[in-house]
Write a protein that binds this ligand. Structure first.
Ligand code: GCU
Length: 643
């Protein structure tokens, strides 16, 4: 058994409509799905307020944009679009509005995507495990086989209902049998899988092993300038597209964390990406090349090498050098999905490149779907960055909207798909945010709680408030002031303050008895000036740098006074005590909701909040004790710090 989440049409009383009309003769799979969803979700009742109609209206040109509109006039709700995708999205939206009681005469809204490519990246392995998966096993792969079952279709419906239009099935770390996904071993089964997603308007993608030729019997090189290697790829792409005609293209992690790439041959990242881009171009495919490239063999003694700079240093000189079908996928921050990071400077530095923003719905560093952390506010902060910082960046704009958004999935085969039922709101919300960068995170939370948990009134308001607090709360009880990475190595859940301090990964806090933080100004690595000048100057000035990023950019004494008026050490104590107290309050609030939702959801989530409370306590005490021991400065408020 598994939850149908927001597509559980039985959870709320079924919306009633007078009739459902289809003014489209097209019998394409998308239209058929749209009709089927409407039929399943709505009850026909001649006494009902509305009728619903689905109208495909060409706007005269060849524009197949996914946009749609919903208009209610004279008790008739009209869903209109020139494209089949738009009609399917419109059907889901209309169903949602009806179920939430949000449609009335006079309602009129145009829905236009903020960005054309809205993608989910799965990090699923062929053995069924999921890299950074916190909600069970893969529902795509098991024991080196491809799974196609009824969950497959349910998942395609989830994705289409939140207007996701691209999906990459396998882990970016392509090893062992995953390399063979582009071989006859898997073509037939992949096609079955692809067909289901394709029928909901979702383009299938695969992650690619850059050194495939060496593992699949081709030339023993992956040099992007080697003629034999180039022809091997040309032939391979032809074979792939003959067998997988619906494939959108490939996601590639190269020269990163042990994965092969063009650096081995003295070539740069554009050389590698363009070689694949040219080979796939005749078939209309895309190469999505990840910018997550850094030296993961760093020496902690070395203060000059800076992981935060790496992607900028490798990629920014290559702006304009990529083939038109090559897309650069950039994580939101320069390091790795920490609870707080500055925006990646590449978004300001590569105006001539197709850029995709990569977010992580999987809560690797943000509580692993045990702790509540509603991520929409974080992603919105990134997407709204240009507006917020306009005064500092003088005319510079982030280039995100032109190409697309991708996110690492948080779904697995758990009954509720995402481990923590409230983590489903991150998945649901990501899709809606990718479609509309200005979506209201409060409204998304409300919709989710109503559709999935059946909550209403004060109970709904309480859970929504917790969700909206949860990211700031997590920021308070984990690594302070943007320093990051004080987590248990490898697992990334729970505190281990020095866990990465003497390791090779380039993630250090440099705390000593006098101070803490990384000097990324002119006296350090000068990462601050990888940003447009005014923004860089702001980050480089400890008096102007936002408090929440101070230790990302500066090494300061514990007695340094923040813009908030507190010293760094007092901020550390206060925020950790506060964060822990807030989590205890979450648990109490949750406990007060017993009986207001299904018992199994209540109990399952209660157990998560209990684990979160234990985790927050551990963070709070370890951090406070660690820094008290380092600097010997007592808490002004005299609270208990273990010694
Ligand atoms: C993080 C994560 C890895 C993952 C990598 C990536 O480092 O811990 O598991 O492979 O990101 O994005 O490629």
């Amino acid at each position: 058994m598994y939850s149908k989440l927001w597509l559980d049409y039985e959870r709320l009383p079924k919306a009633k409509v007078k009739s459902i009309q289809f003014d489209s003769n097209e019998e394409s799979s998308l239209i058929l799905h749209a009709k089927e969803e409407l039929r399943q979700a709505l009850d026909i009742d001649s006494e009902a307020d509305f009728s619903v109609s689905l109208t495909q209206e060409s706007n005269g040109d060849t524009d197949k944009s996914e946009a749609f509109s919903i208009e209610v006039k004279d008790h008739s709700a009209k869903i209109q679009s020139s494209s089949e995708e738009g009609l399917l999205y419109g059907a889901y939206e209309c169903i949602k509005l009806l179920r939430l009681g949000a449609l009335a005469d006079g309602f009129k809204k145009n829905y236009v995507p903020s960005t054309p490519l809205r993608m989910i990246n799965h990090w699923d392995n062929m053995d069924g495990s999921i890299e950074r998966g916190y909600s069970g096993k893969s529902f795509f792969f098991r024991d080196e086989k491809i799974i196609v079952d009824e969950r497959t279709e349910m998942y395609a419906r989830f994705l289409a209902s939140i207007r996701i239009n691209a999906l990459c099935f396998n882990n970016v770390n392509v090893v062992g049998p995953a390399t063979e996904l582009i071989s006859s071993r898997y073509y037939e089964d992949l096609n079955k899988l692809f067909e289901i997603f394709q029928s909901y308007g979702i383009k299938p993608y695969l992650s690619l092993n850059y050194a495939s030729s060496m593992e699949l019997g081709g030339p023993n090189t992956a040099d992007p300038y080697d003629p034999e290697h180039i022809s091997w790829w040309e032939e391979k792409m032809a074979e792939i597209y003959q067998n997988l005609p619906s494939l959108g293209g490939f996601v590639v992690k190269a020269d990163s964390e042990g994965r092969p790439g063009p650096f081995t041959y003295g070539r740069n990242q554009a050389d590698g990406a363009n070689m694949l881009g040219r080979a796939i171009a005749p078939f209309g495919g895309k190469i999505i090349w990840r910018a997550f490239v850094y030296n993961c063999q760093q020496d902690w003694r070395d203060h000059r090498t800076d992981r935060a700079r790496a992607a900028y240093d490798y990629f920014s000189p290559l702006d304009g050098a990529f083939e038109p079908n090559v897309y650069l996928q950039i994580k939101n921050g320069p390091i790795d999905f920490q609870v707080r990071e500055p925006i990646s400077p590449l978004f300001f530095a590569m105006a001539k490149t197709n850029l995709i923003l990569e977010c992580q719905i999987a809560q690797e560093y943000t509580g692993q779907q045990i702790d509540l952390c509603y991520l929409l506010p974080m992603w919105k902060e990134i997407l709204n960055f240009p507006a917020d910082m306009a005064s500092h960046t003088v005319g510079q704009r982030v280039a995100i909207p032109s190409a697309g958004i991708a996110a690492v999935a948080n779904t697995g085969d758990d009954w509720n798909w995402t481990g923590h039922i409230l983590a489903g709101a991150n998945f649901y919300g990501f899709g809606l945010l990718a479609w509309d960068f200005d979506v209201d995170e409060k409204q998304v939370a409300e919709e989710y709680l109503s559709l999935v948990l059946g909550l209403e009134g004060p109970a709904l308001a309480k859970v929504k408030d917790m969700m909206l607090m949860s990211w700031p709360t997590m920021e308070k009880y984990t690594a302070p002031l943007g320093v990051g990475f004080m987590v248990t190595p490898h697992y990334h859940y729970g505190p281990n303050i020095d866990g990465y301090e003497y390791d090779r990964w380039g993630t250090y806090h440099r705390a000593d008895w006098k101070g803490i933080g990384i000097d990324r100004t002119e006296t350090g690595t000068d990462y601050a000036h990888t940003y447009p000048e005014a923004l860089g100057d702001m980050y480089a000035d400890p008096e102007k740098c936002p408090d929440n990023l101070l230790l990302f950019f500066h090494h300061v004494p514990y007695t340094h006074v923040l813009q908030s008026g507190k010293t760094v050490i007092q901020h550390i104590y206060d925020s950790h005590f506060e964060g822990y107290a807030e989590v205890l309050a979450f648990l109490e609030t949750w406990n007060s909701l017993e009986g207001q939702m299904d018992d199994d959801i209540f109990l399952h989530t209660k157990e998560r909040f209990e684990r979160q409370a234990a985790n927050a306590r551990e963070w709070c005490d370890q951090i406070n004790t660690y820094f008290y021991r380092k600097c010997g400065i007592p808490d002004e408020k005299g609270r208990k710090i273990y010694t």
